[in-house]
Write a protein that binds this ligand. Structure first.
Ligand code: G1P
Length: 274
């Protein structure tokens, strides 16, 4: 039912410098597949085939990745290497891709607002590609959330419990438990100090957003770090109506950090090659 998925991908990826000096962080490969391709696969599995990417300067290789490369494909056609491109070819055949550029980095909320021109007036999924989510043998996190959306018809954020000394890295939620894995949000704080955090339930980079979020972001003042925060706009949405937090099934790797990236690489390598 939800067709579009937004990928904010304009960030600099400074934690991976110098690798990300001229290469988008979303193109960093976990084993042999770029991070963003894992995210697009997850979106597609959830039925979202309209892929909307918010890019920025120096991110052109993202567009090239989701396009044909005639010369290369011609060269390896008929050889045993051809199969290495079959996954990405199938993604390209099944998805449509559109792009817009974020000219200034003013926070995740601002990136989402930049994507409004691609999304229009409909509910949409959102993937932050540096959170790599894997649910072996079951539906991906976005597919789990799309199912919940059918039931609740409101914005949903994926959450997981994190150690208290890590809450300052995340948006943190609290609210009323509807079931063991579903919480109706009453409080949301972007990157709180451990002592100010309303819980240890951290938002991870999977969202379903209803389109009224755009007006709410428009009215959101700069928050943490002087940036427009999606967490603050979602808090306003929760106060006006309803926003759910969902404790997803599966594993999440923080590929925005070196340690998380290496962990994801080892995990995927083991799954693929052992
Ligand atoms: C963003 C969000 C934060 C969320 C996190 C998940 O932060 O602002 O609320 O918890 O993604 O990865 P960032 O990691 O971009 O600083």
């Amino acid at each position: 039912m939800i067709k579009k998925c937004l990928f904010p991908a304009a960030g600099y990826g400074t934690r991976f410098l110098p690798a990300t000096k001229s290469m988008p962080k979303e193109m960093m490969p976990v084993v042999s597949k770029p991070l963003i391709e894992y995210g697009v696969e997850e979106a597609l599995q959830a039925g979202m085939s309209d892929i909307c990417i918010v890019t920025g300067r120096g991110k052109r290789s993202l567009e090239d990745h989701f396009d044909v490369n005639y010369e290369l494909e011609h060269q390896i056609s008929g050889t045993d290497k051809e199969s290495l491109l079959s996954d990405i070819r199938s993604i390209i055949d099944r998805c449509s891709f559109s792009y817009t550029r974020q000219r200034e980095m003013k926070g995740l909320g601002h990136a989402v607002l930049t994507g409004q021109t691609l999304i229009g007036d409909q509910p949409f999924g959102m993937v932050l590609a540096d959170d790599l989510c894997i649910n072996p043998g079951g539906p991906g996190v976005l597919a789990q959330m799309a199912l919940l959306y059918k039931q609740f018809r409101c914005s949903i954020v994926a959450v997981q419990e994190v150690p208290r000394d890590e809450v300052h890295k995340y948006g943190v939620i609290a609210g009323q438990h509807i079931s063991e894995d579903l919480i109706r949000i009453e409080q949301m704080v972007e990157k709180p100090a451990a002592e100010d955090a309303p819980s240890n339930l951290a938002i991870i980079g999977r969202y379903i957003l209803t389109p009224d979020i755009f007006d709410l972001i428009h009215d959101t003042q700069p928050g943490k770090g002087g940036e427009i925060q999606i967490t603050d706009a979602l808090m306003a949405q929760a106060q006006r109506g309803c926003v759910m937090a969902y404790k997803f099934k599966g594993r999440r790797f923080d590929c925005g950090s070196i340690a998380g990236f290496i962990e994801a690489t080892n995990y995927c390598y083991d799954r693929l090659y052992s």
